[in-house]
Every structure is written in structure tokens, then in C-alpha cells.
Design a protein around this ligand. Sequence first.
Ligand SMILES: [Fe+2]
Length: 388
Amino acid sequence: MAYFKDFFQYAGTTRIIAGRDLLGSTGFEFQKEGAHRVFLVTDQVVRGTGLVDKVEAGLADGGLELAGVFDDVPQDSSTDVVDRCAAAAGEAGADSFLAVGGGSVMDTAKVADAVFTHGGTAREQEGFLLMPRQDDGMGRPLDIAPLACIPTTAGTGSEVSMAAVIKDPDQKVKLEIADFPLFPRLAILDPDSTRTLPPLVAAATGMDAMTHAVEGYVSVDWNPLQDGRSLQALRMIRDNLERAVETPENDDARGNMLVAASIAITISLGSVHAMSHPAGAQFGVPHGVANAIHLPHVIRFNAEAGADLADRYRDIADIFDLDSAEALAGHVADLVERMGLPTRLSEVGVPEEAIPALVEGAMGDGTTLLNPREPSEEDYAELYRRAL
Ligand SMILES: [Fe+2]
């Protein structure tokens, strides 16, 4: 690229440890981040796999106390769950949070930690860079209690991001909460954590990671640091996603997908996420499935917007040995189908009559502002019709 970008900022403060047999070191590692009495957040599916027992043993081994366990996080967490989780941590006398689960669990723990530390409710945390500052103004943001994440899916990247998405069931919208203190202090990436992941969930969450990498690379907020991450994540997804789905016992593929998902994460998302958030909030379409459906359509839409953008998509296409955005869109659609995921919104319970409400949701979603081509209401309606 020939020009110096007018402005960008980049942050990433999570310590990542990745490797085999790390769960037994959870306590040893988390203690370095100031944890003593740990509140463990998970869901019942993960708890049923025995993974939580391994993590608990690892905490004890490192001399940390388990203050309590909250295993009531649903697949698509909501503001009332976060408030209950924060209250339970307070009652348990915890001083730190450990999330063991997928995006919903990690986002619940993040926002519950903010409520636990600063008070208020989950709903009141909504916004971008709005957490309490030292001088109650523009100063340094106040830290939240130490937070560690052990992801059990390879996709969301929440374990290394400063953002969380939580459903507000009354308003039927997804609240986005983002600020620097929400970067977890520690992320532990161990292929043992995704050993029991069902192949379709591995496929859907892997498509979320791929979407992060693509949207981060073409976003208006692109920057050279993110570029390096996005392209490397795409190489690792190319080499490992289908292997992880087809041969779930392959530790190398699963471990590499965990790393790829953490590399792919970005705050510079775009219209794929803008379209997927309302599909999730209004129809419960799983986030990765919604992204998998929308991604090819948004690639085609964006790539029409000019030569610079077409070039950016060509950089991505090149990784897959393809030569255009159109070929890339086709490749993504084929990949989604090969992995057995739904390819159309009508397959996941979204009716045509829903399009106006979905369009309204997409237009109001913060990620629309970061998409490299400004979509109109009619553009979104057309994109949803194509995805139907
Ligand atoms: Fe996502």
C-alpha cells in the first residue's frame, strides 16, 4: 500500500498463553494477574463435559480459592443473566472472574465483572468507551476485577477483545459494550477445551472467526497491525477449519483454530455483523450461522464500491488461491455448504415479512458505521432478500 493512513489506533492488552495441557496451570497463571478468590462462569453444557472439573483442579493446584460457580449462562445471554451473575459473585465474596465457555459465557463474565466492580446494571454498561474514568471524565478508565478466559469454541475471539454483546430481551436488541478495561487479563488457549465441540458448532464459530478476519481487513478502520493479524488468521483458517470440523479428534487443527480465532478478532467489524445481530436478537439465529449466511452477500456488495476495496478483497482471495472478490464470495458459500451449515435465512426460521425489522436493526447497529461501503435501507433489504 502506498499511502500513510490519516489515523488509526490499536490496542490489545490480553496476555495469551497457548499450548497443550495448560488447564492444570490455570491457578498458577491467573494468580499472576492478582486473582485470589475466583468466581467461575460457565454453562451447563460445558460443565457436563468435565472440563470445569479440570479447571477447578488447576485453580486449586495454583493455590487459588474457588469462591463460586455460575453455570446458568444460556446460549444467547441476556442482561438479566449478567445481573444475576454479578450479584452471585458479590455474595460469594469473589475478587476475580474466570470464564470457561463460548462467546456467550465470556461476554456474560466480562459485563458481570463490570457490574460487580462499578455497580449499576448490565443495561447501564452499554456503549463505546463509556466506563468510569479516574476523574469521572476523560482520564484513564478504572480497571475491573481480574478476568481470565478459557474459550471452548474457536470463533468469537471474546477472550482477547475489549467488547461484549449482550441481548436485551425487552427491547429485542443486542447491546454492544466496549472499553479498554474489558480486555481480559489472561486467555488460555488449549485444544483440550474444544475436544467435545460438536462439528456444526465448530463450523459456525469458525465462520465467525473468518468473518472477523475479512471484516477487519476491509473495514474503514483497517490498519497495518490489524492487516497482519487478519491475513494470518485467514491462512490458519484456510488450513485448519475444515480439518477441525471433519476430524474433531485432531488436536493440531483445533488448537490452531483457537489461535486463529484470537488473531482474527477486531473491533473493526462491518455489515455482516450488522445484519447478523438483529437476526440473532429477533430470531435466535446463532451468531456464527448468521455470519456464514451473510458473508458472501456482503463481500459482493462491498467489492462493487471501488478499486481500493476490490484490491483488499483480492488480497484475501489470494490466500485461497483465487483472483477476485466474486470468486472469494463463491468459495465462502461453498465452504459453508460443505461443512453442513445452513446457507439461507429461510432455513433458520427467518420469514420474508421480517425484513423491514431486520433492516431497521442493521441500520441502527454500530458496526454499520465501520463498513467500507455505506449501505442504505434499500441495500440492506436487498442483501437480506438475497440471503433469504
Ligand atoms: Fe462475531
